[in-house]
Design a binder for this molecule. Structure first.
Ligand code: SF4
Ligand code: SF4
Ligand code: FES
Length: 265
């Protein structure tokens, strides 16, 4: 790091600490929270088992902070995925008190800490270690719906493909997906039939099926008209409830079903 960069980094760090949440002021005391985490090490365990950890937390901490503290201070072998820590990358989906959530978006103050907080891996995908599952089947379903723009013609010379505000609004909701898998792994159909495409793949198909610049919507509608496609959905809304981005997942699935019945988007 250059001297100039180091100085601006130090100044930014000092500024951040000046504006740090009051919960981390010396006058604010942490309180103890018990986390019960479902652990599994394939090298030594036959079955997963629950382990308790007491952690000092502040109300403004997130469950992800608790996992960091446990890993740093109590058991360095605790395994979980995370990247951005700010609800953008979608890597830290887990079941917290029986509900799929992002650990980095789940504040301690929003949990009932009079009781232990239960944390386990998302369901329906092969468990690899502790809170980490094998996401390959999830991403394979995503790839299978061809989630990329396919246009038969070249864009007009010297400019981008234009789209009206009204046409853009049709699929705006489904552009927000961060591929966290909270929806697919809360779906009872996916739990019982791992072949089902699952809501996340359908959401990402929707994003391109209804894009007026795309010419492959019929290909995707045919893919999702398969026996493991949209017709497996039982409209139970678990996926919509689980989505940390607030996407109307079940509505998007219904719109894809309607497009299949209509025979076009
Ligand atoms: S609405 Fe459909 S996709 Fe969503 S959880 Fe229920 S069955 Fe699964
Ligand atoms: S639709 Fe929502 S819950 Fe499902 S993968 Fe995308 S962001 Fe996650
Ligand atoms: S770590 Fe990126 S969404 Fe939580």
């Amino acid at each position: 790091m250059s001297k100039a960069h180091a100085e601006s980094y130090d100044a930014a760090a000092a500024d951040r600490s000046k504006h740090a949440p009051s919960a981390h002021d010396a006058s604010v005391k942490p309180f103890r929270v018990t986390f019960i985490i479902r652990r599994f090490d394939p090298e030594v365990d036959e079955e997963p088992h629950w382990v308790d950890y007491d952690v000092d937390m502040y109300a403004t901490d997130r469950v992800l902070d608790a996992l960091f503290k446990i890993k740093a201070d109590q058991d360095g072998s605790l395994t979980f995925r995370r990247s951005c820590a700010h609800g953008i990358c979608g890597s830290d989906a887990m079941r917290i008190n029986g509900r799929n959530r992002l650990a980095c978006k789940t504040l301690i103050k929003d949990l009932d800490i009079d009781k232990p907080v239960y944390v386990e891996a998302i369901k329906g995908l092969p468990l690899e270690k502790d809170l980490m599952v094998d996401l390959d089947p999830f991403f394979q379903a995503y790839r299978d719906v061809q989630p990329f723009l396919q246009a038969n013609s070249e864009p007009p010379e010297g400019r981008e493909r234009l789209q009206s505000i009204k046409d853009r609004a049709i699929y705006d909701d489904t552009t927000k997906c961060i591929l966290c898998a909270c929806c697919t792994t809360s779906c009872p159909v996916f739990w019982t039939d791992g072949q089902y495409f699952g809501p996340a793949a359908i959401v990402n198909a929707h994003r391109f099926i209804f894009d007026s610049r795309d010419d492959a919507s019929q290909v995707r509608l045919d893919i999702l008209n398969d026996k493991e496609g949209v017709w497996r959905c039982r409209t139970t809304f678990n996926c919509t409830d689980a989505c940390p981005r607030g996407i109307q997942v079940t509505k998007a699935i219904a719109e894809v079903k309607q497009a299949i019945v209509r025979g076009h988007r």
